[in-house]
Design a protein around this ligand. Structure first.
Ligand SMILES: *Cc1c(COP(=O)(O)O)cnc(C)c1O
Length: 518
């Protein structure tokens, strides 16, 4: 025991492990840079389960080099190479190597953001980064940001563990703001006091599932989500929205929030934020913008236009671990008013005292990592210009993919967006022509049949592509296509800096080959 304590808690031991540290560095290097054949683990997940199915914890410890070996063989060897040039299926990023180092700085410092007594400069860095982001969205004058920074009472947002926590935080604030006293008295009491028949939060069919989860968690119930269908561009339908608002009001259902999505997870589409903002203002509803995916585009002037109206939002969620290229998990929720987060204010005598300026006073989470450092480091490293260059590269890659899909008669482009997400499907030309004819002539039965065949084909194709593991795209179901019923689509997220045009061509060629064999 004595031996163990001396071992992992001493500087001398760190020096003695120099060889293992070199090995660790090599492991990182190989994972990040060496060309890997596979873009998805080729081993069968069910078989892998057996290797990890050991009920008892290790009785004796092992030497560091032995654990490192186990890490290499058991973990690294069976992980998803999200940084592979042909891994283009999800929002999980291929990261710059510096981000690995930043993680180790965060671990070294091991600050706890809940209170200044455990987070000195890191409290200020978190406030600084939140201020920077707030300014990118709302563009208040510099005096506002200077005052807010100095003040212990003003809070522009929270750093959170991702978009899900961001949406939960924003909705918690929205609820208390729309129904003062809710956090203390609960829904039942307020329903009785106010003569409402229910509560609703409104969003489009493309809204992220975390919103439903939030409503369930907050006790409103998933059914409180009023889902508005989207148009063929996967944007919320304003005509239906107006109808539903009128209907809810007539039934005395209190509308708590209207959500606009800026970069939907499935298709990358951006809701008409300005129109939504105006409707929210007119109806006196909380306006929340979920920009977990697309929000980073606000860093570049040339992409800002797509977000027109975002400055009307009462709250905005942006994920760092998506288009800011920082490690999992990092998100932000920002509030237009520096007083909004007071709705969540809670204090405890021993740590987060009332006027302390402790970040923990307005956070739903307790102890929290110094994740703000990831963004701070990246912003310093890349600058706004660097981020613009990264985004430009994504745009070029997405345009590339779009052309390749459109130029091939055996593929069909289903959606494309300004936020680098595309959906398409393998649709052999004869079948595609038959489907389109049926839609044109109104032969619904035949259209359903053709579309279902294509759905099965694309599901099988994506399964087989994953099984081979040479490249990876994801798939989803969309109802907002010109075709009857649900349409299975292949989904690509074109933000991997290592992906080349050649890679895209090869991925499509592989899909065509798989498709032809099905
Ligand atoms: C990713 C995403 C979320 C959820 O964020 P997590 O970081 O996965 O918790 C919410 N909304 C949108 C639009 C997203 O793209």
């Amino acid at each position: 025991m004595e031996e163990l304590l001396k071992t992992y808690f001493s500087a001398q031991d760190l020096d003695e492990n120099a060889a293992s540290l070199q090995q660790a560095l090599q492991l990182i290097r190989e994972w990040l840079f060496v060309d890997k054949r596979h873009a998805y683990p080729p081993d069968d997940f069910e078989s892998l389960k057996k290797a990890f199915n050991t009920p008892a914890m290790p009785q004796d410890g092992s030497a560091f080099p032995a654990v490192l070996d186990a890490l290499q063989q058991q973990v690294f060897a069976h992980s998803v190479p999200v940084n592979h040039p042909k891994y283009i299926g999800h929002m999980t990023q291929a990261l710059p190597w510096v981000s690995v180092l930043v993680e180790s700085f965060i671990a070294t410092l091991n600050q706890n953001q809940v209170k200044i007594e455990t987070a000195y400069s890191s409290t200020l860095i978190e406030k600084q980064v939140l201020g920077w982001m707030h300014r990118q969205i709302y563009r208040f004058d510099d005096a506002f940001y200077r005052d807010s920074f100095e003040s212990n009472e003003s809070t522009l947002g929270n750093m959170v563990n991702g978009g899900t926590m961001g949406n939960l935080t924003a909705l918690s604030v929205a609820l208390e703001s729309q129904m003062p006293g809710l956090r203390k008295k609960g829904f039942l009491t307020l329903l009785r006091e106010k003569d409402y028949t229910g509560f609703a939060v409104i969003a489009s069919a493309r809204v992220h599932y975390s919103v439903k989860k939030s409503l369930a968690t907050l006790g409103l119930g998933e059914d409180a989500l009023c889902v508005i269908p989207t148009d063929e561009n996967n944007r919320i339908r304003l005509d239906v929205l107006e109808e539903r608002i009128a209907e809810l009001k007539q039934r005395k259902v209190k509308i708590l929030a209207l959500i606009g999505v800026a970069g939907t997870t499935e298709t990358g589409s951006i809701d008409p934020l300005e129109e939504l903002g105006r409707i929210a203002q007119r109806e006196d509803i909380w306006f929340h913008v979920d920009a977990a995916w697309g929000g980073a585009l606000l860093l570049a002037e040339k992409y800002r236009d797509m977000f027109h109206g975002v400055e009307m939002a009462d709250s905005v969620v942006i994920d760092g671990h998506k288009l800011f290229w920082v490690t999992m998990a990092q998100g932000m929720v920002l509030f237009k008013s520096d007083k909004s987060l007071n709705h969540l204010l809670h204090t405890a005598n021993y740590i987060i005292r009332k006027s302390s300026g402790d970040l923990g006073r307005t956070s739903l989470e307790g102890s929290r990592r110094f994740d703000a450092l990831k963004l701070w480091f990246s912003f310093k490293l890349f600058g706004l210009k660097g981020y613009e260059a990264l985004l430009d590269r994504c745009q070029a890659l997405a345009a590339n993919m779009r052309e390749l899909v459109m130029d091939d008669p055996d593929f069909e482009l289903i959606t494309c967006s300004d936020t680098f997400i595309l959906t398409y499907r393998y649709a052999p030309r004869e079948l595609q022509a038959r489907l389109k004819d049926s839609v044109r002539t109104g032969d619904r039965e035949n259209a359903v049949r053709c579309n279902e065949t294509l759905n099965r084909l694309n599901t099988a194709l994506q399964d087989e592509q994953k099984r081979r593991g040479l490249s990876f795209v994801s798939r989803t179901l969309l109802e907002s296509t010109p075709y009857p019923g649900q349409t299975t689509v292949l989904r690509v997220v074109l933000t991997n800096m290592l992906t080349t045009q050649e890679d895209l061509k090869e991925i499509l060629a592989e899909q065509k080959e798989i498709g032809a064999g099905l």
